[in-house]
Design a protein around this ligand. Structure first.
Ligand SMILES: O[C@H]1[C@H](O)[C@@H](O)[C@H](O)[C@@H](O)[C@H]1O
Length: 625
């Protein structure tokens, strides 16, 4: 590292791209009297680059982000498709779980595999493979004659998902200019949420087509998959990967094609010398993951990247997305069709606030955006939890204790109010209501063929007769639903701009080139693994901890995430990918940083000096610790 900096400052032209020295890193900050020359140069470069960003950079980002769209679509569409599949194919709860979670589990495995493929064949080939896999998966799903074929289709889609989720952010980061990188990589997450939104619209539209509607829902993803495949036949490989593989002439040509009329010598030289430097620095042989674990800067980056992805999922986003229909039903929406449409509102809110993230990322930076976002997420999870607690405390009682001779030992007869009845997966709450109260309520077993009605009694009829009861499966009527709704909206507004996109964005930039594929593969694998863990355990945990307990648990996990991010995440905004490695040269999570958190939260006057450098953290990170 030191040698590279020396070489750069010896060369007048190179001083423009000089990596910040330790001294400039530690002294800069809002308290500094005048900006360091390196900052001025960076500003000048930024100004220059902003004027001439060529359109081709956007074309690359948008075509790659179709991978994000497919990610969102394929994970989002399945819940609506399942409602129809349950009827059409009469599949059991176990099969439903397999069809939903099989895809996510396959994605976890293939994300890890994708690291190897990426290093070996390059980003472009991996994106082509992923879109081809999506298309095949879509065709298998659309024409599946039975549930086994459906599972095969869902697993194929999962394989595509894993590869796309780890490759696309890397490809976008490697082809973007530094001042736009955060925004362009965040567009990928915007496309994920767009995919989820479109999936919910398609689910809503085809839910009226009772027979075979699921075929259209599951196979429509073939269209964007083919579009991406065709596009990428003509789009170039990442120049950074080409340089790493020694294909320097081709890399030069592609870099100048991507950068339009800009002079690329400077960028090309930096990439090349940093690759040479990295090869010397990281030394040692053995598999990349081993070299990462034994080389401190790469190991620290890996901890930060995987930690971010883990906390993203532990904050419960997919539980909120998946169970938003239930949450909305608790707020008084009793019509199933309407509940499906309202899920669109949730998906739209997620999309809208991710758009805010795209706008904010280059303005406030990754670190502040993530910290603000996770802090708001903690608070809104607390509000959700309080909403569920109030609803549980005022849960309506069971007034009719009915027993059916065919199911005399059902656990449902033991529940005295709606709350425990709702938490028991084999029971539902059947009731009638007038404008002020719930009456004639009972806790009855759910129909084994469909959770949409009771096994017997007033709620067993699917055609709603005037004197039939209201069937509440998985929810309870409550007058505190507004608190839950408020929590839900606030949750999405806080989570979506930061915690949604930043783990992907940060991971695409923090690893040195030799470790980038492997680092992203591991962190994407962590994301998918925790995704499947959190969604699979939600209902079981709700049974033991109740809804408010689970959301409180998510909130505590998110709070732990806040401290982790506070202590360990450096600011990468505006830096060249080649400069970022230096941010991980010093120890993670130093005591000094916790001391500063204490100072800021207690507003201790003797700490003001430290506090100032804390706010200028982006520039002082990792130095002199
Ligand atoms: O960043 C994305 C996004 O926030 C999605 O809404 C969520 O479903 C994914 O799991 C996550 O990785």
């Amino acid at each position: 590292m030191g040698e590279r900096r020396k070489r750069e400052s010896d060369d007048g032209e190179r001083s423009l791209i000089k990596a910040p020295s330790s001294a400039s890193l530690s002294s800069a900050g809002p308290s500094a009297a005048s900006p360091a020359p390196a900052d001025l140069e960076r500003a000048a470069r930024k100004q220059f680059q902003q004027d001439v960003t060529p359109g081709f950079v956007y074309v690359l980002a948008v075509f790659s982000a179709i991978g994000g769209f497919l990610f969102g679509y394929d994970t989002g569409v399945v819940s609506g498709a399942m409602l129809l599949l349950k009827r059409d194919m009469n599949i059991t709860a176990l099969w439903q779980e397999l069809l939903v979670s099989g895809t996510v589990a396959a994605a976890a495995v293939s994300a890890l595999l994708g690291g190897y493929l990426n290093g070996l064949f390059g980003r472009r080939v991996c994106i082509l493979t992923a879109s081809f896999t999506f298309a095949i998966g879509g065709i298998v799903l659309g024409s599946a004659p039975n549930k086994e074929a459906l599972l095969v289709g869902r697993l194929i889609v999962g394989l595509g998902l894993g590869i796309a989720s780890m490759t696309v952010p890397v490809y976008i980061a490697e082809t973007s200019p530094p001042h736009l990188r955060g925004r362009l990589v965040t567009i990928n997450t915007l496309f994920i949420t767009a995919g989820q939104l479109i999936a919910s619209l398609i689910d809503g539209a085809f839910s009226y087509m009772q027979h075979e509607g699921w075929r259209y829902m599951l196979s429509l993803s073939v269209v964007p998959a083919l579009l991406q495949f065709l596009g990428f036949l003509f789009l170039p490989e990442s120049p950074r990967w080409l340089i790493q593989k020694g294909l320097t002439q081709k890399a030069r040509r592609i870099l100048s094609q991507i950068r339009g009329n800009q002079n690329i010598d400077e960028e090309y030289d930096t990439i090349k010398s940093s690759i040479e430097e990295e090869e010397k620095d990281c030394g040692g042989g053995g598999p990349v993951i081993w070299r990462m674990l034994t080389y401190p800067p790469a190991r620290r980056a890996l901890i930060v990247g995987c930690g971010l992805q883990m906390f993203q999922q532990l904050s419960g986003i997919n539980t909120v997305m998946y169970y938003s229909a239930t949450i909305l039903q608790m707020s008084g929406v009793q019509d199933d069709k309407l509940a499906i449409w309202l899920v669109t509102v949730t998906a739209f809110t997620n999309f809208l606030f991710t758009l805010l993230g795209v706008w904010l990322v280059e303005r406030v930076g990754r670190r502040r955006l993530t910290l603000g976002s996770i802090f708001g997420t903690v608070l809104s999870l607390c509000i959700l939890s309080v909403g569920f607690l109030l609803s549980a405390q005022h849960s309506p009682p069971v007034t009719l204790h009915l027993t059916d001779p065919t199911t005399p030992n059902s656990s449902c007869t033991t529940h005295l109010s709606c709350e425990p009845c709702m938490l028991d997966p084999s029971c539902g709450y059947c009731y009638q209501e007038n404008s002020t109260a719930v009456f004639d309520s009972s806790c009855v077993p759910v129909n084994p063929a469909s959770t949409e009605r009771a096994a017997w009694g007033k709620c067993s009829n699917s055609t709603h007769l005037p004197d039939s009861g209201i069937w509440a499966y998985n929810f309870c009527p409550t007058s505190y639903s507004w608190v839950v709704l408020l929590g839900l909206v606030l949750y999405l507004a806080c989570f979506a701009p930061g915690m949604g996109p930043m783990p992907w964005t940060v991971n695409s930039e923090i690893y040195p080139l030799w470790a980038r594929s492997t680092g992203n593969a591991c962190s994407a694998g962590v994301n998918w693994t925790f995704n499947v863990l959190v969604s699979l355990t939600f209902l079981h945990m709700a049974q033991y901890l109740t809804y408010y307990g689970v959301f409180f648990l998510y909130s505590s996990l998110a709070l732990t995430g806040f401290f982790f991010i506070y202590g360990c995440l450096p600011e990468t905004k505006g830096r060249r990918l080649e400069e970022i490695e230096s941010l991980f040269e010093n120890r993670l999570c130093s005591l000094r940083r916790w001391h500063m958190l204490f100072c800021v939260s207690c507003a201790a006057p003797m700490c003001y000096k430290d506090e100032q450098s804390f706010y200028g953290f982006g520039t002082t990170w990792g130095v002199n610790e």
